[in-house]
Ligand binder design. Structure first.
Ligand code: ZN
Length: 247
């Protein structure tokens, strides 16, 4: 990985975006375009952003694209099952080697997130709600410039229990009209890679147009970005270059 400019690939499933009139009205160029534009807007000349979508060859995530990606963001929902296992394995390997990953909203059930977490990643769900996001780790880089609490007027309820491993760090907790709570901003490390999960972002509401949400995503891109990571090889004892295990 090169230091300096953060090379970001915003991955979008792009299915609702093309077929659902309500989603098309909110995101005429697809959610991935709005997310990409907001990352560009916040991180300006420190970032180079491209988009990739499911319907492209290799889902837009060729070896070449991933070799030139420092941070990948992931939004998927209705077509998780259409994501090729070989591409999931490719992304997984890259995360373990240090590529940052930001998983958004219904991406909690994506193959890549489940593979990285090792749990079901299932949660409690209800439609038609509003969400209040509380910053519970104000000193964390992902909370920089984010208010102590902010409201998302229209949003689905995602509630506990959320079947994930205990996050390394918890940055946001959300509450909903029904009194439910949810760990809505969670940090993980897998191998050398940093992962951030952020739950706001249902496709039929303009969540990715909201400034606080855009700020969190931009901060998350910066946090998962690790320019100095070197690839590493762990040898087995028998092949140890030191030789002392072979005698
Ligand atoms: Zn949703």
């Amino acid at each position: 990985m090169q230091s300096g400019i953060m090379r970001v690939t915003v991955w979008g499933e792009n299915e609702h975006d093309r077929t659902n009139e309500k989603v098309k009205a909110i995101y005429p160029d697809g959610m991935h375009s709005t997310i990409a534009a907001s990352i560009r807007g916040h991180l300006t000349d420190r970032v180079e952003v491209r988009t990739a979508t499911l319907e492209q060859p290799e889902h837009g995530l060729t070896e070449e694209v991933l070799d030139n990606t420092d941070v990948l963001t992931w939004w998927g929902h209705m077509a998780h099952h259409k994501v090729d296992d070989a591409i999931v394995a490719r992304v997984h390997k890259r995360v373990l080697a240090g590529m940052g990953l930001v998983v958004l909203h219904s991406g909690h059930l994506s193959k890549i997130f489940i593979k990285l977490m090792g749990t079901s990643c299932s949660l409690r769900w209800r439609d038609d709600d509003s969400e209040t996001v509380f910053t519970v780790n104000p000193g964390h880089p992902i909370a920089r410039g984010v208010p102590a609490a902010f409201r998302i007027p229209e949003q689905e309820m995602y509630g506990e229990y959320f079947d994930i491993p205990q996050p390394d760090e918890l940055v946001f907790i959300s509450s909903f009209k029904g009194g439910e709570v949810f760990r809505s901003g969670c940090c993980f490390t897998r191998g050398q890679g940093r992962i951030f999960y952020f739950s706001p972002g249902h496709e039929t509401y303009p969540v990715y147009h909201q400034s606080e949400v855009q700020r969190v995503i931009a901060n998350a891109v910066e946090w998962v970005y690790q320019p100095e990571k070197q690839s590493y090889v762990t040898t087995s004892c028998i092949n140890s270059p030191l030789g002392w295990m072979n005698s």
